[in-house]
Design a protein around this ligand. Structure first.
Ligand code: HAM
Length: 420
């Protein structure tokens, strides 16, 4: 074979695409029950959008974007995440003029040039929400409840939720400054990434995965004491709302998230089956993003779930997966005349709402029955020369193996009735 899928991307084949559809359908159901509406934004955006929102010194923007200059000399990137595009669309389309508060969801591919490994792809898929236009702490709790409701609906169990409060922009500045100071004489002992982070984006040292960095940072620094009264009160309210729904969580002062736009509440949901890439979803509040991008000063909160990781967790825990959709009827034919007749019968069946298919490969009857089996057909309709002459077809129930002859003109009604 001359061509292969690009490293870190994969084909989702019919053997599993129905499971993806099932998860997406369940998520859609949950979204509408929470009052969220779908938004679809382009896969390509101006590179500057992500520099401004996600942050120039984040790993995503500095190392992982698929960026290019197009034929019109524009700097374009494949979207690495969904929040910035949705906020851009909110502002550009004046959605706040329709209603300042918008509850939006999206599903689709995102792109990050990370080193591929289990659970880490270069094209991956997110199901996400952005609730833009409110600073109410109940919204943080609703968004977290929504994430949990989706995981519950698709059958993911035993996940853990960790929360932290980053505070407002001022609090984050103080925290960054304190980190810089606390680590100033320990820089040499930190990993290469953290050495850079201390200079450019000190908060990120807090969630470094390197064990040595963890020990140094956690030993020399205790987080959480830089919160202003407002941010402290907001977080306490969020916890109260979560408690009122009996949502279990732990507070982890080292969660800072890899995107700069967060303020106040941040959270991560992990699943033990996933190994080192164990974050199945994450999100938080981003009260300054909309105004920093030239829009109204409104609070906002959201999350994204990794669909590829949901699939992995379902496989690893043999969670209840969707059943492959079955075909109502498969028509087996012998000879060209039977094929022509079957073609019109099939069309009539499909028009009446019965799902069906037929043989297009001139296979033997036995091989056609195997195809019917593979497609999970509940009934097989057999039409050969004899049946044509009699104006009827043999209808076989694949579960009971019962067979009956049915007149052509009665086929649609009979099958419709039996396939109910
Ligand atoms: P994120 O933490 O970068 O947040 O990504 C969210 C989820 O996407 C992760 O928890 C993970 O499940 C999945 N994910 C991320 N990168 C990869 C990858 N390379 N391969 C497979 N799965 C991956 C965001 O993207 C924010 N926009 C979430 C958000 C929405 N915050 C507020 N609103």
């Amino acid at each position: 074979m001359d061509y292969k899928a690009i490293k870190g991307t994969k084909d989702i084949l019919p053997g599993e695409s129905y499971v993806w559809q099932d998860i997406e359908n369940k998520a859609r159901g949950v979204f509408s029950s929470f009052g969220y509406e779908e938004i679809r934004t382009p896969v390509i955006e101006e590179t500057a959008l992500f520099i401004k929102s996600v942050g120039e010194n984040t790993d995503i923007v500095s190392k992982e974007m698929f960026s290019f200059v197009d034929r019109g000399e524009r700097n374009i990137s494949l979207r690495p995440e969904g929040t910035a595009p949705v906020v851009r669309a909110y502002i550009e389309n004046n959605l706040d003029k329709i209603s300042q508060f918008q509850k939006l969801y999206y599903m689709g591919p995102m792109f990050r040039a990370e080193r591929p490994q289990a659970g880490r792809m270069r094209q991956f898929h997110q199901i996400g929400v952005e609730a833009i236009g409110s600073t109410h702490p109940a919204l943080d709790a609703e968004v977290i409840r929504l994430l949990a409701a989706i995981l519950d609906s698709v059958g993911i169990k035993d996940y853990s939720l960790k929360l932290n409060n980053l505070g407002c922009a001022d609090d984050k500045k103080k925290l960054s400054g304190a980190l810089k100071e606390a680590l100033s004489d320990k820089e040499k002992a930190l990993c290469d990434d953290c050495k850079k982070r201390v200079k450019l984006n000190p908060l990120r040292v807090l969630d470094c995965k390197n064990e040595n960095c963890k020990t140094i940072i956690r030993g020399s620094f205790k987080a959480a004491k830089f919160l202003c009264e407002d941010c402290d009160a907001h977080f306490k309210e969020v916890l109260k709302y979560l408690d009122s729904l009996n949502i279990k969580y732990t507070i982890d002062p080292y969660i800072v998230r890899g995107l700069d736009y967060y303020t106040k509440t941040v959270f991560e949901v992990t699943h033990g089956s996933l190994g080192s890439q164990d974050a199945i979803g994450a999100g938080g509040r981003y009260d300054n993003l909309t105004s920093s991008m030239g829009g109204p000063a409104v609070g906002a909160c959201g999350f994204a779930l990794g669909l590829d990781r949901i699939m992995l967790a379902l496989e690893k825990t043999s969670g209840e997966k969707a059943q492959k959709p079955r075909l109502d009827v498969f028509i087996s034919t012998l000879g060209e005349n039977a094929c022509s007749k079957a073609f019109t019968i099939l069309d009539a069946l499909r028009s009446s709402g019965v799902s069906g298919d037929m043989d297009y490969e001139k296979k033997s009857l036995k091989a056609q029955m195997r195809t019917a089996d593979r497609l999970g057909a509940r009934f097989v309709l057999i039409i050969g020369e004899d049946e044509l002459a009699r104006g009827e077809a043999v209808l076989r129930n694949m579960a009971t193996k019962e067979q009956a002859s049915v007149k052509f003109e009665e086929l649609v009604n009979t099958i419709k009735e039996r396939a109910k």
